[in-house]
Design a binder for this molecule. Sequence first.
Ligand code: AMP
Length: 525
Amino acid sequence: MRSHPVVGTRESPDGLLRYDVEVPLNLVDMLDDTVRRHADSRAFVDGDGDVTWSEFAEIVEATARGLAGHGVRAGDRVAVVAGNGIPLTAAYWAIWKVGAIAVPLNHRLTSDDLARQLEAASPRLLLVGRGKEELGRAAAVGSESTVVLQEDDEFFFSSSDGAGYSTPPLGEFTPAAILFTSGTTGRAKGVVISHGNAVQNSVTCTSVIGRRSDDTELIMVPQFNVTGLCSQTIPIVHLGMTGVLLDGFSADRAVDLARTHGVTSTVGAPTMWWRILESAGAEGLPGLRLALYGGAPMPTALLDRMTTALGSATFGNGYGMTETCSMVTYLGGEDAVRHSESVGAPLPITQMRLLDLSSPDEVESGQVGEVTVRGPQVAIGYWVNGDVSPLTGSDGWVRTGDVARVIDGFVVLADRVKDVIKRGGESIFSIEVEEALYQHPAILEAAVIGVPDDVYGERVLAAVVVKPGAEAEAGDIQAFCRSRLAPFKVPSFVEVVDELPRNAGGKVVKARLKEMFSSSRSARP
Ligand code: AMP
């Protein structure tokens, strides 16, 4: 039996502080440990029922035999398009047991998008969950992947398809998954997460956040993205918690599941938390111990509401990306409220530098620069032409594409490098303008972009969603911003929209907003 509590850190030869704790070597050992320790406790609950850890292990085993029966061998890719649930979760571990690489696909994309991802990953099999048959079949047209449909509530395969297999050695750098980035800009890229990346991130997600074996965690983000898989599903297995799996976000369902199953911990994008607070009403969620968020800036106005409505919970903000197998900084406990403008400090396993946007130099203390990180959670590469191609230079540092400054040791994000608005000679960081807009009592959601302008190069446009029943005029909103922001940062244009374009991870797709508004605005004086 291994011990999992994390207490201290130690410096390793590469100069990084690492957790001083015995960790499983790979994701298969991780599950085996948990099954040994928690065999009879509840592992997962989904829309069809629940399973204990030993029952879950049996489903994994049957699925692994099914994969082997379909000819899957070590190093093969196996793609999965399925909603959150026990079959998808078991498929991940089955894929790892046979030494293959999981390729979770986003079922909200079109079949053409998925077809491109299948072409890039060239999986031997495409596992298709219930309700996704049409999408899966359409995506696989023209690919060499065999389509395998879910056959009943639990298994992807009938036992007659099964075959023996043995798990090959799985080391720190063995690829475990190819995750396509959520792609708020440009084409999605396949990021290769290794067993070591996932284990390291799980140590952070359990120890630094303070999850416990007796926690019941609700997964309401998709299990195909880095947060759902690496920062929730894997930590649940790591500690032997109970995972409640919600297929498709609905605030009412999330609140209902939280109350029915005694959920103590969950993670949501800020936009999900607005909706959960609305749905939970005055009753709140008294059982919630850990209210975690990330993936997009947390507006102060929302955090204020959360602290009032979920007073007994501890808050935590995790910042990271697919390329870093989830978290690189964390802001938790009292700091989450006291320093809410920040995403916290780098984790012990992470080194961080802020680099000048136009030179390779580090910026002076307090100045903005591009967040650049190094650590054992940084993904081992991108999947390019059937192989792992490094995503960092030989020194191991990865540029995140995020601009930030560090204030008193706390990292404060300013913008995505690509979204920084250049108005005349000034740089305007959209998060600051969005933060001001969120203070407006009628505004539910806000996103700020630059639109082309003949005189200034770019001007600021705010797209806002108004709270139900509230009203707001563009002029009022601009006047409100003038009282909080330097004049050049005040949006020149305010567009009231019904909803902001978001991707499956809850992030606003600013490229889409730019398409929507740039041409109509560029002609304006
Ligand atoms: P993805 O790789 O799709 O998960 O996107 C990662 C990006 O989401 C980061 O580069 C940030 O721009 C943004 N992001 C992630 N976590 C946070 C956070 N806690 N606060 C603000 N933005 C975040």
